[in-house]
Design a protein around this ligand. Sequence first.
Ligand code: GLA
Length: 732
Amino acid sequence: MHWNKVLRIACLFSIPVLATALRAQSVQYFEKGKLWLLSTDHNSYVLAVGPHGELQHLYWGRPLPRGDDLSAPRAVHDLSSFDPSQMLVNDEYPGWGGPFYEEPALKITREDGDRDLVLRYVSHRIQQNDLEIELRDIRDSIEVTLHYRVYPHYGIVRRYATIRNGAKQAFTIESAQSAAWHLPHGTGYQLTYLSGRWAAEMQINHEPIHQGMKILESRKGHTSHNLNPWFAIDAGDAAEESGNVWFGALAWSGNWRITVEQTPYEQVRVTGGFNTFDFAYPLRPGEALDTPAFFAGMTSEGRGSASRLMHRFEREEILPGGAKSRLRPVLYNSWEATEFNVDQAGQELLADKAAKLGVELFVMDDGWFGKRNNDKAGLGDWYANPQKFPQGLKPLIDHVNGLGMDFGLWVEPEMVNPDSELYRQHPDWAMNFPGRPRSELRNQLVLNLARNDVKEYIFNVLDKLAGEYNIRYFKWDMNRSFSEPGWPELAQADQRKLWVAYVRNLYEIMDRLRAKHPTLEIESCSGGGGRIDLGILQRVDVVWTSDNTEAFDRLRIQEGFTEAYAPKLMSSWVTDVPNMNGRSTPLQFRFLVAMQGALGIGANVNRWSPEDSALAAKMITLYKRIRPTVQTGDLYRLLSPQTSDVTANEYVAQDGNQAVVFAFRHSQQYSTPAPTIRLRGLDPRARYGMTSIEGKLQEGQEFTGAYLGGAGIHFNLRGDFDSTAVVLEKLR
Ligand code: GLA
């Protein structure tokens, strides 16, 4: 059967429900065409062995119900001497060798200088949702295992590669990518990605894909605020609730790279893995390297659906504890209130106030350890400052626990201030190139966590803290990027392994800590959102979204965040005003913005008036009522702060029994009424009882889902920084 016919037939089966009914096993092999069909509720993915033994990608799109419709790839001929057949097929994992000129998935140099690598199919294994395909170079035992895991309910496939040296001579890897993902042939695609900087993370960009290559990457050693390892691509026609969207995210918290390439032959390919910049990873005979995991999916129901699939997937398959992990507690953090001026009495006072508001987790931020009175000293010396905490941290923690709250502690274990006992003892532990300057940022240097002695030191410090005190939560910060990434103790050829070994050791510390202290939770922070990716999210419970807590800016940061990451992971605080930009928004506005994620308070509650405290207590009570819906429900982005002066987001509970709508207006002009907002994700035939937070709407009224989705709700939002929320409960 001709391939186009297969695609046409596939289009008939666009409804995920139908696909679920028809889906057999998630991984099937068809000997006839030597091809594999990976099936999910939302899409299918097909790859096959080509006529020369090369692995070819054939299809990634709407669900294909039967493998029997598929046929083996045919031989392709050179188009010209400049356009060889190798370029015309979609190589599933291209080695750099032969006449191949596009982005390779693997590039190596052998000890003897030979750099040619041509990978061919050897064998495969299928086990439930897993497929492993072995490839091997046409001459040498340079072996690659491609790992696929299908997550049928989420429409997501995980890929990574193991590169093994089974040969007799060493080689150095110059590029090791996790996967190449191919979109259906064509042009006119649009790329969506997230960019930013400190205090302005997760800005959404849409741009057309043209011939050539777009690179998204980090060279900073950590994920970085500048670009996030996530992408979405559509055919230029997708909206929140319609259109085909292909999306993916890399699970790596170090130097990463995603290239989006359109070839001269209308192939569109996304390749991602370790950043090739400054990358050199020697593999001696018998050694192997695993690339990071690259997760990707496809939906035919728009960008909102792509986000919801990712959100569910992250909550249930990525987060430690998965679906069983607890709802995020309401948190208090001392940073914006006290900065470095922490001490026992001051923290106890804040804790008393926080507990009265309904806070469940009290976190003491920076300033509690060593000689840490400002950012010039102390990092590395992880013992309680004896002036501030004469009897250690136990009395404060007991006090916090006595108020019914858990206790959390800020740490920044990967860093050292030159003015610290640790640095005076171990100056060689900081990353450096001998004899060269050590660039300080925020007066601190990065420890070379790639070294196992440094790894053990950090593990022991944190293990001791978690063992000695009743600490439920570490806020794990990382307040600068790498510089002078030297590892002089190793042979020159091995020194660049630092980029990989650092991250692996970081992961290992977190994994060991969690295993040893099963109730310990971790927040990933890197000066705000500098380390947010699926790799760290396999080890932490929540992330600090941004150091920018200004509520109006937050609407955009949070919108971008939710493109890729679940609201449950998104730590959002209510802080004092005037805030960044010199802006002051009403306390209710700040609360409702923060209540769209994992709610925290970062304000100086000592200064709050009785009215402020009463409003805060009311909001926290409301938050607890809607928390399961916000944290584990489906998010519908109804109106975007990018395109409207009204922002609206709706969360629908997993069981459909509750929905919450948040709406914000920042600057009414010309007395224009706020737009009517049509809700999504409701059962059209069900009736919903509606209550607003402050009686702005007709309290207690009931509406059908059909009415709320069709006619919608009019929120009477007026003036500057007005806000409201309504809760809808399904009536029986
Ligand atoms: C970083 C974090 C803040 C705070 C400070 C403390 O900037 O993002 O939340 O913890 O460090 O120094």
